[in-house]
Design a protein around this ligand. Sequence first.
Ligand code: GLU
Length: 374
Amino acid sequence: MDTREHIKSAKRIVVKVGTSTLLYDSGKLNLYRIEQLVRELADLSSQGKEVILVSSGAIGAGVVRMGLAKRPAGVKEKQALAAVGQGMLMHIYDKLFAEYGQVAGQVLLTRDNYVQHKQYNNSRNTLLTMLKMGVVPIINENDAVAVDEVKIGDNDNLSAMVAALVDADVLLILSDIDGVYTSNPAKDPDATLIHEIAEITPQIEQIAGGAGSDMGTGGMSTKIEAAKIATASGVTMCIASGAEKDIIRRIVAGEQMGTVFPPKEAHLKARKSWLAFGKRINGDIVVDEGCVKALKAGSSLLAAGIKHSEGEYNKDDTVRVLTQEYQEIARGVVNFDAGIVQKIKGRKTEEFKALLTEDAPAEVIHRDNMVLMI
Ligand code: GLU
């Protein structure tokens, strides 16, 4: 199905709004826009669609509430402000959703909710139950308590994880830019908007490599990361401008706005995504062409196809599998430490078994622990 048609027929939609969409440049809350956002989401519910909102802005709203001129640099201060701002945001959302006859509920997540299988299932069940009850889940990272090790860090990735968690049809990321451009539109007058990105090539990653605004944490690169997670989980993703009038309604009506990323044929179901996307990436394994073909056909990753390995990962860490052009083709949980992969790369399984212990696994990454990203 055409990607825009797919969006039109979506039943379950995750919408992510960034801090830059919710606040004015001055740092003050853009109440007009927040109201419009809630009205659009409430209207989607009226159309019989299920909506989940992933909202940033806790720290930003905390800054407003405390009358500060800008975000503080300290982690503790940011966490304290998130505690203030999250309550304030929820109060506004709750009030506005109630005006449209809807009930909203807050869910604050951390990376742990995604990495621990039990917590993953619990979070999933809670969200699905809320949807069943007709409640609109409003999600943010639990900034007030999450420390670095358990932090996802940006809500673009968080929203993609949520979309995978609930098997959403569409993830719509609203930002201060109306999509992905061929180059930086602020600097290049010839930059044009790319309407659809079917494959995240190294060139696309390069285009996206800039930083974001002052208030939020995401730039385009975190959105591209999010697109990888979403599309590999069978979710259609769209990046569009949160400043555009009626943007949600227009995108959901199939209008050609923003940049869309068609989903991969659900290589992976929620059961597997917790494993691939919850954890941090600790290294890269570059493989030859034959190996790329074998992985696409559903094989495990064997040492024979490995050209080289980068990073200091350990057994059971998550690594990316890259082509020689550095395109990411898979992600998975590795069976060996980096040092051992260095030693066995390029070797046939029988050959390297002699170098390792008897019970060493035959695969560097087993296909059950791997997600294809292409
Ligand atoms: N969770 C952060 C907040 O609510 C925002 C993270 C982001 O901007 O991506 O302030």
